[in-house]
Design a protein around this ligand. Structure first.
Ligand SMILES: NC(=O)c1ccc[n+]([C@@H]2O[C@H](COP(=O)([O-])OP(=O)(O)OC[C@H]3O[C@@H](n4cnc5c(N)ncnc54)[C@H](OP(=O)(O)O)[C@@H]3O)[C@@H](O)[C@H]2O)c1
Length: 220
């Protein structure tokens, strides 16, 4: 029997971190929740318990401790906080999967602050050279997690990374969260994925999608 993987969600008190945690409440993972806002974190934990009273989850008071215990670390923090987080977890994240969900948006959401020849995911990989950084969940809105089926179709969630085994592991997490995982390519494909979300945000603002919207590839 396969051992249950432990997922540390850093930023579990935030919009994305809490949505990811709640979406995985019934999935076969052990969840470690770290966030700076204790009260919000406790309420996320309570919500997970209500969904699944047997859930294997706990609140952890230190990002490095949570990452040390984890097989998979989800960096559910703003792009600007990733360098600081990487410094805290670098030692304990060696050899582990670190999921980059961030979109390095500018202040007006009209574009990205990263140069065209890189991405938030690649920058995180540079900060954590001994970890396996995988891009995932950046093309899904926090609001999609409670409604991953829109207009009768399961929202696609794109994944990018350089390690095939890690891509499959994250693909399983994405499916468990309710989305249709699509392996989009190497980590550098994150440049496209991060721009896709910038576009989706602009379209959401223009067309009032109410922050429940996603990408879907239609095919035979
Ligand atoms: N919102 C979306 O729909 C969406 C969709 C796709 C991707 N994303 C990406 O997801 C990430 C999180 O976005 P969000 O909307 O969830 O933001 P959020 O609601 O502001 O949550 C951010 C979380 O990160 C924590 N945090 C901030 N600075 C930190 C630091 N230095 N060290 C550790 N934790 C820190 C925050 O804690 P405190 O509140 O205590 O500071 C909070 O728990 C961003 O990178 C964003 O680009 C968001």
């Amino acid at each position: 029997m396969a051992t249950i993987k432990t997922i540390a969600i850093i930023g579990a008190s935030g919009n994305m971190g809490s949505s990811i945690a709640i979406s995985l409440a019934k999935a076969p993972y052990r969840l470690l929740l770290f966030g700076k806002e204790e009260k919000k974190l406790r309420s996320v934990f309570k919500e997970i318990k209500l969904i699944n009273k047997l859930v294997n989850a706990e609140v952890i008071g230190c990002a490095a401790d949570a990452s040390w215990e984890a097989d998979i670390i989800i960096a559910a923090v703003p792009f600007a906080a990733e360098k600081e987080l990487a410094e805290k977890i670098k030692q304990v994240a060696t050899g582990k999967i670190v999921i980059s969900i961030s979109n390095p948006l500018n202040d007006t959401y009209t574009g990205l602050v990263t140069n065209a020849d890189t991405s938030a995911a690649e920058e995180l990989q540079n900060f954590l050279p001994h970890s396996k950084v995988i891009k995932a969940f950046n093309t899904t809105f926090a609001g999609d997690f409670s409604q991953p089926v829109i207009d009768g179709k399961t929202v696609d969630a794109f994944i990018a990374g350089n390690d095939e085994e890690a891509l499959q592991t994250v693909s399983d997490v994405v499916r468990a969260a309710g989305f249709n995982p699509i392996k989009a390519g190497a980590l550098a494909v994150s440049r496209t994925l991060e721009n896709m979300q910038a576009l989706l945000i602009q379209l959401s603002i223009k067309n009032n999608y109410n922050w429940v919207a996603g990408w879907k590839i239609l095919h035979n």
